[in-house]
Write a protein that binds this ligand. Structure first.
Ligand code: SF4
Ligand code: SF4
Length: 424
């Protein structure tokens, strides 16, 4: 990575502490990613993005800011990127996936807060994440309790807009969410000083649909008998989708998919023959949380899909492109986002259907129910998911784990026992 210290210093970062993070990340990434066999050439772009994770993209954001472009940080797949980008702003996903940020987070929120929220708070208040430091606005949502309280903390330091996400999906909740999307548009217009036109919003709806479609194209390759790309690599690509430039991301992912198409024709895969195929469902895995995938894929099993927000929830369902007037587009945006089946909703039967359908579509042999510690919504929903899956004869195991690697050996042992009982 080039020398970005001047930029980081202008962003008021804690350079010394940040150096500690920069020192460990390349080795960590190397161990997890670079030893994979038969990796597609197209992954080189994504390797480069990671090697420049706090450099090149942050420079792009800050060069844009000099030209008046605003940066908007988000934490949830319910926040409509279309509105942010239609106003000429840039959207960056801010979820944090490393325990490096926990000591700073624990100075502010209780120790027993979900690792994702704790890391996000630590990254911001410890001044060790240049994405947080680049934001003009952060957008929260009323999803889980940990997040709701985090927005109050963030709002003391930075302009914070909170979208009120309903907790049910009745007709009146859908109407309410439409109002929230319209209010969000007003907030973005205020922050950017730009009134979004119908043409701009329509163009961005098409762009983000294209991004969703390329991700679907990528995930479809994992349905074949001999997948041409690892789950670890696909997870990384999805994590990068949250902050890369959307047009470049579409171009580079399509390029990779062209290569994968050839690999499928040549029957060139990345796993051992007959490796058990696993579907992961549960809490999101923010970059650089690659722990579960790494444990699975170094245990001779394959991750063939993720029913998570860093998986299919991010791109499933397109926004309808039928309407071109503002009211119609806001309605269509609200309707698409409300189809996301997060565990913060009650009831949430559609998520169970999604898991069962994906199990069949991706030809999985078993399901890993992954939950971060202290995530009550996802942990509690396990009972209903387990019951429904067992009725269908689908093997499932729950693994609750944080970002630290201290329990990796124990998880591997449990996983191996689970793999042994699968019908392969
Ligand atoms: S799990 Fe729920 S709260 Fe978390 S990012 Fe996904 S939709 Fe948002
Ligand atoms: S993982 Fe669970 S507790 Fe953590 S932010 Fe997401 S919904 Fe909230």
């Amino acid at each position: 990575m080039a020398d970005y210290r001047e930029m980081w210093s202008l962003l008021d970062m804690d350079l010394e502490k940040h150096d500690e993070l920069c020192a460990v990340l390349p080795e960590f990434y190397g161990e997890i990613y670079m030893d994979q066999k038969n990796r597609p050439e197209g992954m080189n772009y994504f390797n480069m993005v990671v090697s420049e994770i706090h450099g090149l993209r942050v420079k792009e954001l800050n060069d844009g800011k000099k030209d008046g472009k605003k940066v908007v940080g988000t934490f949830c797949v319910f926040v409509p990127d279309e509105i942010i980008t239609a106003a000429g702003a840039v959207s960056v996903g801010l979820c944090a996936g490393s325990d490096f940020w926990h000591p700073d987070g624990e100075k502010i929120v209780p120790k027993n807060t979900c690792p994702l929220v704790k890391a996000a708070v630590g990254a911001y208040f410890g001044k060790t994440c240049p994405y947080f430091q680049s934001c003009n606005l952060i957008v929260g949502e009323t999803t889980c309790d940990a997040k709701k309280k985090a927005w109050e903390i963030f709002s003391k330091e930075i302009d914070t807009h909170v979208m009120e996400l309903p907790q049910m999906k009745r007709e009146k909740n859908e109407r309410h969410w439409e109002e929230e999307v319209a209010l969000f548009k007003e907030k973005i217009e205020e922050v950017t000083g730009h009134t979004i036109t119908e043409e701009e919003l329509y163009e961005r709806i098409k762009l983000h649909n294209e991004k969703r479609s390329v991700l679907k194209r990528l995930y479809d390759f994992r349905k074949v008998d001999n997948p041409p790309i690892s789950g670890k690599d696909v997870l990384l690509i999805t994590q990068i989708a949250f902050y890369d430039d959307p047009k470049r991301f579409i171009e580079m992912t399509n390029k990779l998919c062209d290569e994968l198409e050839e690999r499928v024709k040549e029957n060139s895969g990345v796993y051992e023959k007959d490796a058990p195929r696993l579907l992961i469902t549960g809490t999101p895995m923010a970059i650089p949380n690659w722990k579960m995938h790494h444990i699975i894929e170094t245990s001779n099993a394959a991750v063939v899909a993720e029913e998570t927000c860093t998986g299919t929830k991010y791109f499933k369902n397109l926004v309808s492109e039928e309407e071109k007037d503002m009211e119609g587009m806001i309605k269509n945006l609200a309707s698409r986002y409300m189809k996301t089946n997060c565990a913060v909703f009650t009831p949430n039967k559609n998520r169970i259907d999604d898991i069962i359908n994906m199990y069949k579509e991706y030809k999985a042999d078993g399901v890993i129910y992954y939950s971060l510690p202290f995530c009550t919504c996802y942990a509690a929903e396990y009972m209903s998911v387990k019951e429904a899956l067992e009725k269908e004869g689908i093997p499932v195991i729950m693994i609750e784990t944080g970002y630290g690697l201290e329990d990796a050996g124990q998880i591997k042992t449990r996983l191996e026992a689970f793999l042994e009982m699968l019908d392969k």
